[in-house]
Design a protein around this ligand. Structure first.
Ligand SMILES: Cc1ncc(COP(=O)(O)O)c(C=O)c1O
Length: 401
């Protein structure tokens, strides 16, 4: 047999045996609490559209207006000719969201959060011999950004146990490099817990390190105005580099880096995904301005209230005999099942009963910690959350019998 085919076949069989095959599922309707899948209407608890903006009519209208006013495509990478007034206006507005937290704040847009992390972390490493200190549960894009930084710029990396800041301190203490950068998710994407940023910042100050916060799941959700985890904790420091994404609570796509203007200028010099990739559509930037306005309006505040009420309903009632819930005060509520096949079974039974929550398995999460990653949105009603709880309890009884 052709060696490529033989290798592929072996790998596929192995994934099959381990219950780790991933399959795309084609949604046949826009994103919403109720979606169409395989011709059926399902209640969805698996989108990161925390404020319910991804299908908001005023965003759709802004996208259409933006396409006419600013163009559909940007035409080039930002440094060639693809940076437009629509992008610049959005960058200013995004920087404003962090201006109480970062002195001389400026921001730059990136195509996705993944690219922002890869670009920024590699750009930081290109400044000299740098040591990264990374939480063990950081997102894949941080892991890959640091891998790039190691390979291209000889950066070193120390992984500290999840949220174990004594461990982090001992690693900082031992490190000889003068350039240090602590990297953390603001809200951990698979566990839903919030990093203790005040503690991390005090360690950063003590060791003259930068604190890089990936707030993909905090921006739009946390803080009185939804400005994210820096607002949530009321932090202010020139040692902060903030990364927020625009495809989750902001409802569209893209990401931004916000930091002191010197840092943002450096990213413009050295972040390769920014330099060597076609800029995002200006129409998207225009629609994102609308999304920011909504996030900051009284409607946005009401949406956050509804979201946190749904989280409260879940917390009060999510007690299971067989499975356990992780402590999380954010819209990400993991139901820990452990075994890959049982997790797949529960996900399949939920779907048969009209609810969509995919099984999350290794390597996305550590081995033996397969789970249902339940995400709550502002557009869910409390009744929908009760329906999920009730259905999960039915399935649990079915398994126990
Ligand atoms: C913590 C975290 N960072 C970065 C990303 C990547 O963001 P994007 O989806 O915009 O590429 C994700 C995506 O899920 C994430 O959860």
């Amino acid at each position: 047999m052709n060696p490529w085919l033989e290798t592929l076949q072996k790998k596929n069989t192995q994934l099959q045996n381990d219950g780790l095959v991933r399959r795309l599922q084609m949604r046949e309707s826009p994103n919403a609490p109720e979606v169409q899948l395989e011709g059926k209407t399902l209640l969805s608890f698996c989108s990161n559209d925390y404020l319910g903006l991804s299908n908001h009519p005023s965003l759709a209208e802004a996208l259409a207006v933006g396409a006419v006013q600013f163009g559909v495509g940007s035409g080039a990478s930002p440094l060639i000719s693809g940076h437009t007034n629509a992008h610049a206006k959005l960058e200013q507005a995004l920087a404003q969201t962090q201006n109480l937290h970062i002195p001389n704040v400026s921001s730059c847009l990136m195509s996705t959060g993944f690219m922002a992390n890869v670009g920024a972390l590699t750009a930081l490493a290109s400044l000299g011999q740098i040591s990264f200190f990374s939480d063990s549960l950081n997102h894949a894009s941080i892991i890959d950004g640091i891998r790039f930084a190691k390979t291209c710029h000889q950066a070193t990396v120390s992984i500290f146990q999840h949220s174990d800041y004594d461990h982090l301190k001992s690693l900082l203490e031992l490190d000889q490099n003068t350039l240090k950068c602590i990297v953390t998710d603001g809200v951990f994407s698979m566990d839903g817990d919030i990093a203790n940023l005040p503690k991390l910042l005090s360690l950063a100050e003590q060791y003259s390190a930068l604190l890089y916060v990936d707030d993909a799941h905090g921006f739009g959700v946390l803080g009185e105005n939804g400005h994210g985890s820096l607002e949530h904790f009321g932090l202010n420091s020139s040692l902060l580099v903030y990364m927020g994404t625009l495809g989750k609570a902001a409802g569209i796509s893209g990401a931004f880096l916000a930091s002191g203007n010197l840092w943002i200028d450096w990213f413009t010099q050295a972040a390769r995904p920014l330099i060597y990739s076609t800029n995002t559509s200006p129409a998207l930037s225009h629609a994102l301005m609308n999304s920011l306005e909504l996030m900051h309006s009284s409607d946005g505040a009401t949406r956050r209230e509804k979201l946190f009420n749904n989280i409260h309903v879940w917390h009060k009632n999510a007690v299971f005999k067989r499975w356990h819930c992780l402590q999380s005060s954010t819209p990400i509520q993991p139901l820990m099942i452990g075994d890959n096949n049982e997790t797949l079974f529960v996900s399949r039974r939920l779907k048969e009963k009209g609810i969509w929550v995919p099984a999350i398995r290794p390597p996305t999460v550590p081995i033996n910690s397969a789970r249902l990653r339940i995400t709550l949105n502002a557009d869910h009603t409390p009744e929908m959350v009760y329906q999920l709880l009730h259905t999960l309890k039915e399935i649990e009884t079915e398994i126990n019998e």
